[in-house]
Design a protein around this ligand. Structure first.
Ligand code: NDP
Ligand code: HSE
Length: 434
């Protein structure tokens, strides 16, 4: 049986998961590939050496030990971030190694540079784990859905924030406690601000939009709002109005260009994504042949993510056995413009803290009217003795109109604060933007 050797960079959550699953499923993986897959060397740091998962493996602290070893065919980069990882990944490619990564940061920021290196070196480069953890979505977009004109990719693509929002909704858990839990479970990024501020989801949104619409979308192109301002009060209002709060990654191909954004949203309880809870992720895709399809599963965690990483390793091993690279390279052949966020049309939930006295509702309604914002529903609840909360759901309006209304509301003497402003996802919205 031929032997195919792997060099692994990083032995943290996902790296450890890859080692575990390669050992756990060694027999079936080798039968499927028709070759022996050997973890030849693991690049780690001196402080990692006590990790039980490394027992019995060849380790090194020098990248060159892997790059200069001609017997190693595939390098798997699981260090993360852009600082060291991008350099290591490009050096591995220039050393002629096939590369697998889970690194959405590098792809969303330096995709062109990476794919130029792929082409220059005539190697395979696969990154199934970069979006949706263990969920197959990159291959489906690159291969299985290519007969379609795709118009929409809508996803819950961050396990940490979905876990947090679910716990806040289900047991009223507080934000800091659930963030700590998500970190302890290995879901969060090294810097969890990436998760809660929406950047991790934005990287994935950029990758999904690039693949779906065949034009390069980068992290800097994504409008990003995280979940840091979401409170249990907003979640409770959502519940009572028939919605759940989710951090959505939205990608749409509109006549004005690619609409790509990440933000919390009120999602109707009947929407297929509304029941995606905990660390689970899902990506909902709309195409003109398949109709609607949803890809669903664990979006983070070492062992589930290893499933996607190892599927890439197996794919490349098969290509090596066939004697030629076989991965689909860069699919960003187009040059679609981006749709300005100001032009995007959605409904909004707005929660205001106001003086509880006659005429307040009228003055608020006038502000909305003057800004061209039509209201769908208004609910008033008592806050304390002389304050009330007003919760408004608007009809679909342009972002610039709602920002205008919010700025005018803040200046109104009877409005103490705009406590919350969250988009409401609806199918009307989808049609208005199409
Ligand atoms: P971890 O931080 O758990 O693991 C990264 C490992 O790389 C750490 O052990 C770190 O060591 C090590 N490392 C850092 N710099 C070097 C270096 N110069 N040489 C050798 N080792 C180094 O991250 P994850 O495993 O969670 O993430 C890895 C990648 O997978 C990231 O790109 C992430 O975005 C992606 N990903 C993660 C998922 C998850 O659920 N965690 C899911 C999907 C994708 P040290 O600990 O000493 O810093
Ligand atoms: N921190 C990421 C998440 C890991 O929570 O989804 C998976 O990419």
């Amino acid at each position: 049986m031929r032997e195919i050797k792997i060099g692994l960079l990083g032995c943290g959550t996902v790296g450890g998961g890859v080692i575990t699953v390669l050992q756990m499923n060694k027999d079936i993986i080798e039968q499927r590939v028709g070759a022996k897959l050997t973890l030849a060397k693991v690049l780690c740091r001196p402080e990692d050496m006590t990790r039980p998962v490394l027992k019995g493996l060849n380790t090194t602290f020098e990248l060159e030990d892997i790059l200069n070893d001609p017997s190693i065919d595939i390098v798997v980069e699981l260090i993360g971030g852009t600082r060291v990882a991008k350099d290591f990944l490009l050096r591995a490619m220039d050393a002629g190694k096939h590369v697998v990564t889970a690194n959405k940061d590098v792809i969303a920021q330096f995709g062109k540079e990476v794919f130029d290196a792929v082409e220059r070196n005539n190697i395979d480069f696969l990154f199934e784990a970069a979006v949706g953890g263990g969920i197959p979505i990159i291959m489906p977009l690159k291969r299985c859905l290519t007969a379609n004109r795709l118009t929409e990719v809508l996803g819950i693509v961050n396990g940490t924030t979905n876990y947090m929002l679910t716990k806040m909704a289900e047991v009223g858990a507080d934000y800091d406690t659930v963030l700590k839990e998500a970190q302890a479970l290995g879901y969060a990024e090294a810097n969890p601000a990436s998760d809660v501020e929406g950047l991790d989801a934005a990287r994935k949104a950029a990758i999904l939009a690039s693949l779906a619409f065949n034009s390069r979308v980068q992290l800097k192109d994504v409008h990003v709002e995280g979940i840091t301002k979401i409170t249990t009060a907003d979640i409770d209002y959502a519940k009572s109005l028939g919605y759940v709060v989710k951090l959505l990654a939205v990608g749409k191909d509109t006549p004005l260009g690619i609409d790509v954004r990440v933000h919390p949203a009120f999602l109707p309880k009947a929407h297929p994504l509304a029941s995606v809870n905990g660390v689970l992720n899902a990506i909902f895709v709309r195409g003109n042949s398949i109709g609607e399809a949803m890809f669903f599963g664990p979006g983070a965690g070492g062992v589930p993510t290893a499933s996607a990483v190892i599927s890439d390793i197996i794919e490349i091993a098969r290509n090596i056995l066939n004697g030629k690279p076989g991965a689909v390279g860069c699919t960003c052949y187009g040059d679609k413009p981006l749709c300005p966020i100001e032009e995007i049309v959605t409904s909004y939930y707005i929660r205001l803290l106001v003086d509880d006295k006659p005429g307040v509702l009228g003055s608020i309604a006038k502000i909305f009217g003057d800004a061209g914002v039509s209201l769908k529903s208004v609910v008033q609840t008592a806050h304390n003795k002389d304050r009330a909360e007003i919760v408004v759901i608007t009809h679909a309006v342009k972002y610039k109109a709602i920002i205008d209304a919010a700025n005018r509301l803040k200046e109104l003497p009877v409005v103490d604060d705009v406590l919350g402003m969250i988009r409401v996802h609806s199918e009307d919205e989808a049609q208005k933007n199409d």
